[in-house]
Design a protein around this ligand. Structure first.
Ligand code: FEH
Ligand code: ZN
Ligand code: ZN
Length: 347
């Protein structure tokens, strides 16, 4: 079968032929119908030797949907043909976090040489992917695969970040700001609109992203300008916003987030832009501010995201490419020429 594989650090992934895997024990073989392309794939591909504990070669792709092709002899709970999305952050499988389906915060993550599907072990940029256990599979019913795959990373990461600051958004007069309306941000806008009563404001540098924010349900959108903090604070009557989700995470967006926050407000830093924010008292952050650095999400949350999508509350903006054109998709993502989420479809 064909697979997009990382074979050498510092060199781009290559589309190559590999043997189709066979499931053993409790493993499940999934026929891939769609796999998302994430900025983290670029980070992995661009990593220098030794930066990541992963052993090469392996197939990329950590945002995967498809159907069960074959079950290992000891696998249960699913049948061939069942349509599924893959919960991606596979942990040690033994600690209390993994036992609770919180593999994203596995206690032993630091000692693992792999971090999940397509992250140091073979992933979904291929026709088939082997899943260690049925516990990592969430049924998707009749959801189209290109809608389901992005839910497992872009959707789940946004949902998990919102879960951590939802307590500030229970009042219809509350305000949340989404900074960066790309593959994750546009789903965050939709999840906020579907699960909180407050107002949702969106910020981005690109007009097409602001248009996507508007179509996703944002009450107000603005490009990044010198007076963006003033413009957005004015929308709150001057008190500031209850929550900020920063999907960019560079210095400018973190400074903007700090300038927007209301006393007691929440800042979730999701993007890996490498920005820094000095935390001190007194300082840029208001009294009572809380900061989180959420990572991916939990398996129970993935089931909740899928249920939201199946209710019609979520629509993923996608740009689809056949798997054979994965190198072009990588290049387009790298140049920032993608609207929404890139999804690869194995032929
Ligand atoms: C995956 C692996 C490592 C860092 C970040 C990620 C995210 O894309 C997961 O949502
Ligand atoms: Zn990702
Ligand atoms: Zn664990």
């Amino acid at each position: 079968m064909r697979a997009m594989r990382l074979t050498a650090w510092g060199q781009g992934p290559v589309l190559t032929e590999v043997e189709r895997p066979a499931p053993h024990g409790v493993e499940v073989l999934v026929r891939v119908e769609a796999v998302g392309l994430c900025h983290s794939d670029l980070h992995v591909v661009d990593s220098t030797p030794g930066a990541l504990p992963y052993r090469l070669p392996f197939t990329l792709g950590h945002e995967v949907a498809g159907h069960v092709a074959e079950l290992g002899p000891d696998a249960g709970g699913l049948a061939p043909g069942d349509r599924v999305v893959i919960y991606g952050p596979w942990g040690c499988g033994e600690c209390s976090r993994c036992a609770a389906g919180r593999d994203n915060y596995c206690d032993r993550r630091g000692g693992l040489d792999r971090h999940g599907v397509g992250l140091g072990q073979d992933g979904g940029m291929a026709e088939y992917v082997l899943v260690p256990s049925a516990r990592h599979l969430v049924p998707i019913g009749d959801l189209p695969a290109e809608q389901a795959a992005p839910l497992s990373d872009a959707g789940l990461t946004s949902y998990h970040a919102i879960a951590g600051l939802r307590h500030t958004l229970g009042d219809p007069a509350s305000t949340a700001v989404v900074i960066g309306v790309g593959g994750l941000g546009h789903l965050a806008v939709q999840i906020l609109r579907a699960t909180t009563p407050g107002r949702v404001l969106a910020v981005d540098i690109r007009e097409d992203a602001l248009d996507l924010a508007h179509r996703s349900g944002a009450h107000f959108t603005t490009p990044v300008r010198d007076d963006t903090a003033h413009v957005l604070r004015t929308r709150t009557g001057g008190v500031g916003v209850d929550a900020v989700l920063d999907f960019v995470g560079n210095g400018a967006t973190l400074d903007l987030a700090a300038a927007l926050l209301r006393p007691g407000g929440e800042l979730a830093l999701v993007g890996s832009g490498g920005g820094r924010l000095t935390v001190c008292k007194p300082g840029a952050l208001p009294p009572g501010a809380r900061l989180s650095l959420p990572f991916w999400g939990t398996r129970p949350e993935l089931a909740e995201v899928v249920a939201l999508a199946r209710s019609g509350a979520l629509h993923v903006e996608t740009e689809q490419f056949p798997l054979s054109e994965a190198p072009e998709a990588f290049a387009r993502l790298r140049r920032g020429e993608v609207r929404g989420r890139v999804v690869l479809v194995p032929e």
